[in-house]
Design a protein around this ligand. Structure first.
Ligand code: SF4
Ligand code: MG
Length: 333
């Protein structure tokens, strides 16, 4: 399928009291029309910052330092704020882990659904009301008329997540970015919401970027997978090859870790150690302090991203010489 989004060498930095730190360090990937790309990694690996960079929603101290984000032919990095705002919510929508951050507690569900429709699509109040009801039906909310009159706190977590998805779909985006959309929900509801996203993706031919730390969710949802570690992409491939033939030691560790069902604090026991802090200087491969296979070369020189097949690339010295392969891109850090 056609490429919808192409991110090239994205570098996102933050200014902090300790100086400038890099949260995303030269990440490149693309998303095709109608496909689901899962971005996976531990909390703090740069996956949320990557998506906020795409959305133009970085916090004030965050900045896209370099790189491009081409979406449907335009470079979002260079677009004026106004135009970016129009794309956001119209062509790209985002949903978050905690719907209460997106929903306003002082307005009814109906008001919050209607208002953007009246504003962006210039619908009358009556038309917007009818379309809101349709949206609520589309995301599987029973008694939509009643829900329209309720406030967010009167709904369960699962219902709130459905309302947020309804809001995200209102303008028929071609790309939906979902950042840990089910992490705060119990398993049954989580499965329902994932099914809903899959169903809507198919029905609306939407591309989805799903950010998660949960390989079970990846297995359920992904067409392609991108694994991030400490601000870098370490492996990317179609979901079958990532699960059948994971190459990067970090990916292998993720696949071995089984998160416990009711513990949202993910435990990464099979990978000892923790993610480095953003201002920590690490030479060579950024994973080497935690990697059981690290050699002297790993500690001094950063590995390049290598293609190991048409649909699979990895950034690890272990791949060097094991295959006849070509570099995907020059080293970026
Ligand atoms: Fe481990 Fe070396 Fe590969 Fe990094 S490059 S993941 S340290 S083997
Ligand atoms: Mg996050």
């Amino acid at each position: 399928a056609e490429t919808l989004l192409r991110v090239e060498n994205l570098v996102t930095t933050f200014s902090t009291a300790e100086g400038k730190v890099s949260a995303v360090r030269g990440v490149s990937f693309s998303v095709r029309k109608g496909e689901t790309l899962c971005i996976v990694g531990e909390s703090g690996c740069g996956k949320s910052i990557t998506s906020l960079s795409i959305m133009g929603l970085l916090p004030n101290n965050g900045k896209i330092e370099s790189g491009s984000i081409e979406f449907a032919g335009r470079d979002l990095v260079k677009l004026p704020k106004e135009e970016l705002r129009r794309i956001r919510g119209n062509e790209i929508s985002m949903i978050f882990q905690e719907p209460m951050t997106a929903l306003n507690p002082v307005f009814t569900v109906g008001y919050q659904l209607r208002e953007p429709l009246m504003l962006h699509k210039r619908l009358s109040k009556r038309e917007a009301h009818e379309q809101s009801i349709e949206l609520l039906k589309q995301v599987g909310i029973p008694f939509p008329e009643k829900r329209m009159k309720q406030y967010p706190h009167e709904l369960s977590g699962g219902m709130r997540q459905r309302v947020m998805i309804a809001m995200a779909l209102a303008c028929h985006p071609s790309l939906l970015i979902a950042d840990e959309p089910t992490t705060a929900l119990d398993v049954t509801i989580q499965a329902q919401i994932l099914d809903l996203i899959n169903e809507l993706k198919q029905k609306l031919n939407m591309a989805v970027i799903l950010i998660t730390h949960d390989m079970g969710v990846v297995a359920e949802m992904a067409d392609r997978v991108m694994v991030m570690y400490a601000g870098e992409k370490v492996e990317e491939g179609d979901v079958e090859s990532i699960f059948a033939n994971p190459r990067h030691p970090y990916t292998k560790g993720l696949l071995k870790s089984v998160p416990s069902v009711d513990d949202e604090e993910y435990s990464l026991e099979p990978i000892p150690g923790t993610l480095p802090s953003l201002n920590e200087q690490i030479d060579g491969c950024r994973f080497h302090p935690r990697c059981p296979f690290a050699t002297d070369r790993c500690r001094t020189a950063p590995p390049l991203e290598r293609k190991i097949s048409n649909n699979h690339s990895v950034r690890c010295w272990l791949e060097e010489g094991a295959h006849s392969h070509e570099p995907v891109q020059a080293a970026t850090s």
